[in-house]
Design a protein around this ligand. Structure first.
Ligand code: GLA
Length: 381
């Protein structure tokens, strides 16, 4: 049952040795401690946080979380911007950040339709590559990136978002040029490059029936062919009213039935009413134009409630997180990781075009009512 949770107006938090301390002397359990017998709690981090320049975000990351995902620095366009040019500077710092903080390090993402340069699919004359040439390019990329961090990045999103909303394969350039087995090949190459890494298929809206059915059929086919897929990522870019706890429960049950680890990989809850109708996390549908760059500045007039959300929105958000975490905790035997997509509200990709409040920490780094609410769902504080 959801109870009213008072927003304690805490000063910006300071993390010390596993305890979350505010300047008031108030101490409470951290996320990673609260769920230590259930699953890891991760967070996607940006370049400033990786470089230690975010004085508000970095202490929260180190204190609250025991896993990290890279928001952008391991995507193809960041790490391999030109045919013969890899740029590992930020990715190296990302991995070093995780190691120095003893974290479970996720690699995101190898094969995706977005944030992948156009040259990847073209020959010197600007024409589509042949199937064989694109497979070779895919293999080289995966071997270079996964190979560089072999034994250091524990888990890779090998293929991201290969399915369309109706559960059929998305009509990407990967599918057009290589054919359906591009997914199997990507997993095979990743496994060659690091045989011990957990290899994940990652997608959004798997809570919706048609897409979930498509994912289940896809994973069954891959497993029947002996493809080394070992985990499935539910992105969980949620809305205030989607997915329902029942949908989430059914989805995790169905996916666990495939014998894979289930991970919640990109959790946030969109609080902007204007976007509640758009169920999709498809970056081409949500106004970002696929750029996926750090959050665009909110346009004036779109939301006058600029820096703080109302108490009622924060209560709704807390309830949403309670419902979702109730399901994750129920399935803690198969859910091994729950990752938030961003540290504070100000860091979130959901700020495109308007201000959003989707996470557990506000723009000043203070824990919100949803933070307390989530902690209270833990069975093993
Ligand atoms: C997708 C990707 C993430 C991120 C989000 C939002 O879910 O998997 O890397 O880009 O979109 O930006």
């Amino acid at each position: 049952m959801f109870m009213q949770i008072q927003h304690r107006r805490l000063p910006a938090a300071i993390g010390v040795a596993g305890v979350f301390l505010a300047a008031t002397g108030f101490a409470q359990t951290t996320l990673k401690d609260a769920f230590k017998n259930d699953f890891l709690v991760g967070v996607a981090i940006n370049q400033k946080q990786i470089s230690g320049e975010d004085r508000r975000g970095d202490p929260i990351i180190k204190t609250q979380f025991n896993s990290i995902s890279p928001e952008n620095v391991l995507k193809w366009d960041s790490v391999h911007p030109q045919p013969d040019q890899y740029n590992f500077t930020n990715a190296d710092k990302y991995v070093a950040f995780g190691e120095s903080n003893h974290m479970y390090i996720v690699g995101h993402t190898l094969i995706w339709h977005s944030q992948t340069p156009r040259w990847v699919f073209r020959d010197a004359n600007g024409k589509d590559l042949t199937r064989e040439a694109l497979l070779e390019r895919m293999r080289d990329h995966i071997h270079a990136v996964v190979g560089r961090y072999q034994g250091r990045i524990q888990c890779w999103d090998v293929v991201n978002e290969a399915l369309a909303e109706d559960g059929t394969l998305r009509k990407s350039a990967w599918l057009r040029i290589i054919g359906e087995d591009y997914i199997a090949k990507a997993f095979q190459y990743a496994h060659e490059a690091d045989p011990n890494a957990v290899l994940r298929y990652n997608d959004y809206s798997l809570e919706d029936e048609p897409k979930r059915k498509g994912a289940i059929a896809l994973i069954k086919k891959l497993k029947a062919e002996g493809v080394p897929v070992t985990a499935i990522g539910l992105q969980d870019h949620a809305k205030l009213d989607w997915p329902t706890a029942e949908q989430e429960d059914a989805t995790i049950t169905d996916l666990a039935g495939l014998g894979l680890k289930v991970m919640i990989t990109e959790l946030d809850v969109d609080t902007a009413r204007a976007t509640q109708q758009n169920r999709s996390a498809d970056i081409n549908l949500n106004g970002q134009g696929g750029s996926n760059s750090p959050a665009a500045a909110p346009s004036a007039g779109m939301n006058q409630n600029t820096n703080r959300s109302s108490d009622s929105v924060e209560q709704l958000l807390a309830k949403r997180y309670v419902d979702l975490f109730g399901v994750f905790v129920k399935h803690r035997d198969v859910v091994s990781l729950v990752t938030f997509w961003g540290v504070t509200d100000g860091d979130s990709w959901l700020n495109w075009g308007r201000v959003n409040h989707p996470l557990l920490f506000d723009r000043d780094g203070r824990p919100k009512p949803a933070f307390d609410a989530v902690i209270q769902t833990a069975k093993s504080p």
